[in-house]
Ligand binder design. Sequence first.
Ligand SMILES: Cc1cc2nc3c(=O)[nH]c(=O)nc-3n(C[C@H](O)[C@H](O)[C@H](O)COP(=O)(O)O)c2cc1C
Length: 212
Amino acid sequence: MEYANPIARRDFLRIVATGAAGATLAACGAEAPSEARERRRILLAYFSRPGENYHYGGRRNLRVGNTEVLARTLRQRIACDVHRIQAEDPYPAEYEATVQRNVREQEADARPALVRPPTSLERYDVVILASPIWNVRPPMIMSTFAERYDFSGKTVYPVTTHAMSGLGDAREVYAEACEGARLGRGLSVRGERVREADDEVDAWIRRTRIDR
Ligand SMILES: Cc1cc2nc3c(=O)[nH]c(=O)nc-3n(C[C@H](O)[C@H](O)[C@H](O)COP(=O)(O)O)c2cc1C
């Protein structure tokens, strides 16, 4: 999916609005409300599998998984805590074996066990859930993770890397799994281009205003 360039007019309006609010507060001699200054607390939780993977119709051995590369780009730009979601039974390095295991897990509606998940997400206002797309949805382990927590009052942003499926069913999966969450605009980046995704990521950050 392509993301348009930032909407300059919206940025302009925001700056004007901020300026106007500042002037009013200064005139009243009031303090800006603390919530206006407090940043939202963000968790970036991601799953990524290094090893043999799809690459423009062929295969390539990835030392670092595509979603992990994207997670690194995101954490450089957004003040956030990061949690790497890992399977207790690690996925194979081979592509075909992973495809087969994933098909089995999808057919069984499995919830693969997690390695040391956070005990609570209470302290976060925003959770970014990032993963590859496997057979048109996030890997089942993303459901294991999402179903553990109460997302009331939180915003969840679906982030995917993919070969051609974009966000796939990520929105639907997280709408069901993340109880109480509001779903924000998703970001999907083609796996093969994940190292050239800075502009896409920046545009998404500006449009979602996730860091405000
Ligand atoms: C088991 C498996 C299933 C996949 N299924 C899809 C798919 O349905 N649609 C798609 O666009 N890409 C699919 N891909 C490609 C991955 O989504 C893509 O390469 C992604 O960037 C891998 O991220 P990772 O390196 O972080 O695991 C699949 C890859 C694997 C290993």
